[in-house]
Design a protein around this ligand. Sequence first.
Ligand code: NDP
Ligand code: MG
Length: 379
Amino acid sequence: MKKISVLGSTGSIGTQTLDVIAMHPDSFQVDGLAAGTNTALLLEQVRRFNPRRVSVATKELADEIRSSLPSGIQLYSGNEGLVEVAAGGDAEIVVTAVMGSVGLQSTLAAIEAGKHIGLANKETLVTAGHLVTELANRKGVKLFPIDSEHSAIFQCLNGENLADIACITLTASGGSFRDFTRDQLKNVTVEDALRHPNWSMGAKITIDSATMVNKGLEVIEAHWLFGLPYEQVNVLLHPESIIHSYVEFRDSSIIAQLGNPDMRVPIQYALTYPDRWESPAQRLSLAEIGRLTFREMDYERFPALKLAMDCGKAGGTATTAFNAANEIAVARFLRHEIPFLRIEEIIAEVLHRHINEDNPNLEQIESCDKRVRELAATL
Ligand code: NDP
Ligand code: MG
């Protein structure tokens, strides 16, 4: 029995993680569940998976659900609650599937407690990649990628020597507006942006896909997960999302990972590595698909991607600032407060004012994150 805790259990990745766990009841057991505000779904999950510890976003919510919980379950709240679920208990793997850099402290706590990480929460690596990877190395903890592109690269690197990599290429579907001109982007609505052609995901990452910020976050995520310099991380438009990413080696061989878009495959692989188990994903028929298409990435059409890559190369707190500005701008767009194109303008304005701090510690990262959020909320 492998014990697993899920941070963000009520979200898109969280619920799919529980789907995977439910398919293998003799192999997996849920130790902890942390949700935000969706207490109805959390209570349903508690009845179904019988965890030892649960957490919700606030103390008020915890008080509301206390009497509905079966006895013997530890109930926590807030950021401390996330940390308790992440680091307490005896889970072997913690799946980090909360949205945003709010996941940083709990991820660090889980690693500190020696738990392997199934990493979906890419913002954690973007905001503090050096701290997370350094601690994981020190603790001998593995970071199993759940993001489909990074799971693909991880799978392609099985048994390979890192020194033989020429470069890796992350594929990008292009998001909801991939065929729009910049001019056409001026009047797009929240509803338009939430309609992703290939993947059904949480709201924030769906907007990030439309702005191409998501691919920028993923380039930074790849840099930290695989220890590669930015010069060796490429991006290619691939509208069908069948090739999830690929590695080119120094002998010119390319190894790619393919499959129908279904997050349950990378989630399950993170939980069963190095083994592969049956999965409910629909099998891929290349004969039926007939052909796959690719396009060079257009950095003028998607300037936020270029900005993210520049922040990655700059290092320090630049990626922290990029991520925090984006989180606030996307939340404001989702609340209909700003137009779509204002998201990337806000990020650019924040970065223009940002004074970079090299090799920041956790305190510097948290203070930069807070400062940028305050600024981005007023722009
Ligand atoms: P969702 O918005 O669907 O889910 C977010 C989860 O985090 C929910 O369970 C939410 O709880 C919880 N949450 C939010 N704020 C807090 C908080 N302050 N304290 C505790 N829990 C909180 O997001 P996704 O599942 O789409 O994405 C999660 C992460 O996975 C992101 O980092 C994303 O980039 C990454 N990812 C997602 C993919 C996907 O296919 N969805 C693919 C690859 C990566 P509640 O709903 O109860 O409020
Ligand atoms: Mg991805």
